[in-house]
Design a protein around this ligand. Structure first.
Ligand SMILES: C[S@@+](CC[C@H](N)C(=O)[O-])C[C@H]1O[C@@H](n2cnc3c(N)ncnc32)[C@H](O)[C@@H]1O
Length: 248
């Protein structure tokens, strides 16, 4: 593997989750971020546990196909690992992350990885969609949209979620998270997130869901979304929801 010049948030998360698919440049960036903010591993473990609980809830509702946007590294309790009976298409806009994902999933007949810009579903490969999410547009699927909303402005995010709503069949589900204002008190760490990163006050989250209907929990700190036992004692950095698409 060619040594990457720049860190990637996806591989930094892999480092915090205790995975094996990151490089020294990612560890250096993660260490610098923690020097400016504080420990991150427990926060990302909590976010990944939220992914697990939402994906299992969707699978328990009888849905066995998932389409994942901004997927990052497809390991460490990711969708096909927590829903072993499901078929999963992971997508990401970053070519290096796509290559890594394809290498990790090579040989899998129920999980694939391809290029996709979440803000334009026309960028997804139709052949991969047919193979891994054959019900897309005709039957219920689970859409996973985690770690992405913070990098999209309100208009783009609302339009994207509405396009996904329109494209997904009734009975489909959306797992999503938003970044709150946790980093406001850590300007150095906030600057490291880059110019596209946006924090939002929690009351701004529900309207962005548009026609997607959140479950009774609403949009809450991820550790408090249907916790198993006591919620993990982590800062409320990420708020999340599981929402569904009713019939028109
Ligand atoms: C913070 S990481 C989150 C990775 C993973 N979802 C997780 O929670 O561990 C954000 C990921 O979104 C990808 N990304 C950013 N903008 C995107 C877009 N418009 N469409 C698809 N992926 C995008 C990045 O390449 C990166 O892998």
């Amino acid at each position: 593997m060619v040594e990457p010049d720049l860190p990637s948030t996806a591989r930094m998360i892999d480092h915090w989750l205790g995975g094996r698919d990151h490089r020294p440049v990612d560890v250096a960036a993660a260490t610098a971020f923690e020097a400016a903010y504080g420990p991150c591993a427990a926060i990302f473990r909590s976010l990944r546990a939220f992914l697990g609980r939402t994906v299992r809830a969707v699978a328990a509702a009888g849905v066995d196909e998932f389409l994942v946007f901004g997927a990052g590294v497809p390991t460490c309790g990711n969708v096909h690992e927590v829903a072993p009976g499901a078929s999963v298409l992971y997508t990401d806009a970053d070519p290096e992350t796509v290559r890594l994902g394809q290498r990790l999933l090579a040989g899998s007949d129920r999980a694939g990885y391809g290029h996709g810009d979440a803000t334009d579903i026309g960028t997804l490969d139709p052949a991969q969609l047919r193979r891994f999410v054959p019900g897309w547009g005709s039957g219920p699927v689970g859409v996973v949209f985690l770690g992405l909303a913070a990098f999209l402005d309100d208009d783009t995010l609302a339009r994207t979620l509405d396009e996904l709503y329109q494209a997904a069949a009734p009975g489909s589900w959306l797992a999503i998270d938003f970044d709150g204002t946790e980093l406001a008190a850590y300007p150095e760490a906030l600057a490291m997130m880059g110019p596209a990163f946006r924090m939002r006050e929690p009351e701004r989250f529900p309207p962005l869901l548009g026609r997607w209907r959140p479950t009774a929990e609403g949009v809450v700190p991820v550790a408090r979304w249907r916790p198993v036992g006591e919620p993990e004692p982590v800062p409320d950095a990420f708020h999340g929801a599981l929402a569904w698409r009713p019939a028109d």
